[in-house]
Design a protein around this ligand. Structure first.
Ligand code: ADQ
Length: 463
């Protein structure tokens, strides 16, 4: 069997098995274990002088290969272009996009560096699977070095509509670089259409330098539904879950779990919860909202600003509505273990998932999988999460419409058991159609079947 070579910004080592590793890392490690191969990416370390050869670590049939970044590359590539240019743009936050030409140059430079370090590790029949917005130009850099292997790309975040993409100076360079892939996978059909439109548009603008088109398709990412359900069933008996349950004193729990990121819509979510307390006073003292949001990308200024904003909002809402024995919002900037989260989801009456934009959103799927089928909670889900395309039986909301989101919370908190069960059954059925294995195997099978590039660079047109 051909080896699999996975490239992603962060590489989950065997040590991360229990705590931080989310569903995706687990899914990818499983694919590697089965097929054997390499996981290649950034070590997570910033050093004074980064070596050009990767740190190698072998464990069974799987080798992890990681490169360090120096301070300039970290600033330009990671904090700069990846997370202060592409991330806001692809999440439709044009006002937050910071374009600096040095950062773009740094992004291309780091992709060249990673390509140069990867080439000596590759064997001719390896299948290369590159992940996410950090490495859009990596295949082009590999092809320029003569790599003719199958190369696929999966974008975990949304792909913006052409008019939004067009605000990025030199976006044509990225679109051209994408043509070096044999297969490009996106989360939703909407994302796939947006990319196809961007490619059609740029081809006309740039001319016939590339006569090729990669296959473009959607592969909605999913979770191991039964695995997560079992985890939740056990975890709800754990000390952490019992402590949480006891502290609620019979009140209904609304739960939000997100990286502290402006794409997740947290300020508006706090506002919507406040609107519930203000406009539906029957819920006062009867409901507790637990928001778990560990600090993410603290080195990017916009994230520090968001943190201050949320601290203030939580303080203001709690100041206004708390009682001596009740605090409406419990706001934690901590990472929790997957098991603890699974238990908390199961204890919750409402899963509150309201991103402004999200590629998929796995928290929504984890919440559903964790529910007790006999007494399931209700998912309130933003229409702007990729997951909304599949999870139609959630209460779908527009996070901008604070009053309506509050009304959806009210409806979720008062929904009769029979309706909760019926919605939950349909949601789980939808999740089983696109679970973690379907995502991984579907992508790899499509990569295998994608029309090949004769000699690597020139590929035939899309299937
Ligand atoms: P993220 O933006 O990180 O992922 P999400 O899909 O919700 O968002 O995945 C987060 C993962 O981290 C989940 O498995 C969740 O359980 C875990 N997690 C979140 N908060 C946590 C906490 N406080 N403690 C511990 N674990 C926590 C990106 C895209 C998404 C896309 C995924 C996968 O932005 O849109 O769904 O990749 O493709």
């Amino acid at each position: 069997m051909a080896r699999l070579v996975i490239v992603s910004n962060r590489v989950a080592g065997p040590r991360e098995r229990t705590v931080r590793a989310g569903g995706v890392a687990v899914a990818l490690r499983e694919a590697l274990r089965r097929q054997g191969g390499i996981w290649f990416g950034w070590s997570g370390d910033v050093v004074e002088a980064a070596a050009s050869t990767p740190h190698l670590h072998e464990s069974g049939a799987v080798t992890t290969a990681t490169l360090d970044l120096d301070a300039r590359d970290h600033d330009d590539f990671y904090l700069g272009y990846a997370n202060a240019t592409l991330w806001p743009l692809f999440h439709y936050r044009l006002g937050l996009m910071d374009f600096r030409r040095e950062a773009f140059a740094g992004y291309l430079r780091v992709n060249e560096r990673f390509a140069a370090a990867l080439v000596p590790l590759l064997r001719p029949d390896d299948v290369v699977w590159i992940h996410d917005y950090h490495f859009i130009p990596l295949a082009a850099a590999l092809r320029a070095r003569g790599v003719a292997n199958r190369i696929g790309f999966f974008l975990h975040i949304p792909f913006p509509a052409p008019e939004v993409l067009a605000t990025l100076p030199d976006h044509e360079v990225l679109i051209e670089a994408l043509r070096a892939y044999d297969l490009i996978g996106l989360q939703t059909t909407g994302d796939a259409e947006a990319l196809a439109a961007a490619m059609a548009g740029t081809q006309a603008a740039v001319g016939p330098a590339w006569t090729t088109s990669p296959t473009i398709a959607s592969f909605p990412i999913g979770i191991d539904v039964d695995g997560f359900a079992e985890l939740a069933e056990q975890a709800v008996q754990s000390r952490e879950s019992r402590q949480l349950a006891a502290s609620l004193a019979g009140r209904a729990l609304v739960i939000g779990v997100d990286r502290l990121d402006y794409s997740k819509g947290l300020p508006l979510r706090f506002d919507a919860f406040e609107a519930l307390l203000a406009g539906h006073p029957g819920h006062r003292r009867r409901v507790t909202y637990l928001q778990i949001a560990p600090i993410s990308r603290g080195g990017v200024p916009e994230y520090r600003k968001l943190r201050r904003e949320l601290d203030q909002r939580a303080g203001r809402i709690n100041g206004r509505y708390s009682d001596v024995d009740w605090t409406p919002i419990r706001y934690l900037n901590r990472v929790s273990s997957r098991a603890a989260l699974a238990g908390y989801y199961r204890l919750s009456r409402v899963g509150f998932v309201t991103p402004i934009r999200d590629g998929m959103n796995l928290v929504a799927k984890e919440f559903i999988a964790a529910q007790d089928p006999a007494d399931p909670g209700v998912l309130v889900l933003s229409r702007f999460a990729g997951a909304a395309a599949e999870l139609e039986d959630a209460l779908i909301v527009n996070p901008m419409d604070v009053e309506r989101v509050a009304a959806a919370l009210d409806r979720a908190l008062t929904m009769p058991l029979a309706e909760r069960q019926e919605r939950w059954r349909r949601l789980v059925a939808a999740m089983r159609r696109n679970d973690e294995a379907a995502w991984r195997n579907g992508f790899l099978a499509a990569l295998d079947a994608a029309p090949r590039a004769p000699g690597g660079v020139q590929s035939s047109s899309a299937a």
